[in-house]
Design a protein around this ligand. Structure first.
Ligand SMILES: C[S@@+](CC[C@H](N)C(=O)[O-])C[C@H]1O[C@@H](n2cnc3c(N)ncnc32)[C@H](O)[C@@H]1O
Length: 247
């Protein structure tokens, strides 16, 4: 039987230089006034979402609140180099870009055609568009036909209000429960990286490794940006031994 480890590591992602958050030009102020109150909060964090934001990065409203902050995406990508990664819920490309930057080839899937266009555009700004294949499609329908070395899961957390819940359960993930999402990913590979809310029920993460026989190795990492806990990443299978821990 494979060894099951459940060691929680804290990873403090450094984020981007503070100065960029304080200098707001007049055109930027005009943009800030035009955007919705929901987006305004995330716009102030734009350089921690994409350090190259000013080079023309584009996001839609859901993209603003659901993209993985760049420092976290970069840490997650360090666990797999030079392999084929299936980014099953690729959004506006925050993770796909970082996987490609770490030498991986990426298959980026999103059910929303606009997201796929935005992630293609953003990947080109980072110069990694050639290392990503973009697919518009439903992950659950595609999963039985996909093969890859690593499956990356960053499904919707149900909007910004996930933070108000005391304990987030796998059943609250969208568009299906975390168990269904994980089972779909197991059809591709046992090497799975699952990005989850910071208030997730840790016992349920362990249960996921028992959906495979023998149970999968597991390593759980807390993701901080500027000292704030932003999420939790669970690394399963071979990813458990390659994920970065406290330096
Ligand atoms: C949390 S966002 C992903 C963010 C992404 N990691 C990033 O950094 O940009 C979740 C994405 O899942 C997509 N999605 C929802 N249901 C899906 C499905 N059945 N198949 C594929 N994508 C889906 C949404 O359109 C949304 O863009």
């Amino acid at each position: 039987m494979k060894r099951l480890t459940r060691k929680v590591t804290k990873r403090r992602s450094r984020g981007i230089a503070k100065k960029k958050h304080m200098v707001i030009s007049k055109p930027e102020m005009a943009i800030a006034r035009e955007i919705s109150p929901l987006v305004a909060k995330y716009w102030t964090q734009r350089f921690s979402l994409f350090s190259r934001y000013n080079e023309g990065i584009r996001l839609d409203e859901e993209g603003w609140y659901s993209v993985t902050p760049e420092a976290i995406a970069s840490d997650q990508a360090k666990s797999c180099r030079d392999v084929l990664v299936i980014d099953c819920f690729s959004g506006v490309g925050g993770n796909a870009i970082q996987f490609a930057k770490s030498g991986c080839h990426v298959l980026a899937i999103d059910v929303d055609p606009q997201k796929v266009e935005l992630s293609r555009h953003n990947a080109n700004i980072y110069g990694v568009g050639d290392y990503i294949d973009f697919i518009v499609g439903d992950f659950f329908l595609l999963a039985p036909f996909l093969r890859g070395n690593v499956a990356f899961l960053s499904p919707p957390w149900g909007g910004p209000d996930y933070n108000k819940i005391e304990t987030f359960t796998l059943g609250m993930l969208k568009p299906q429960s975390g168990y269904s999402i994980f089972k779909a990913a197991l059809q591709i590979t046992p090497n799975i990286i699952f990005f989850l809310p910071r208030n997730i029920d840790f016992n349920q993460i362990s249960e996921l490794s028992w959906l495979s026989s023998p149970p999968l190795d597991l390593q759980v990492q807390e993701n901080h940006v500027f000292g704030k806990l932003k999420g939790v990443t669970a690394y399963f299978g071979s990813c458990a031994s390659t994920c970065s821990s406290v330096p």
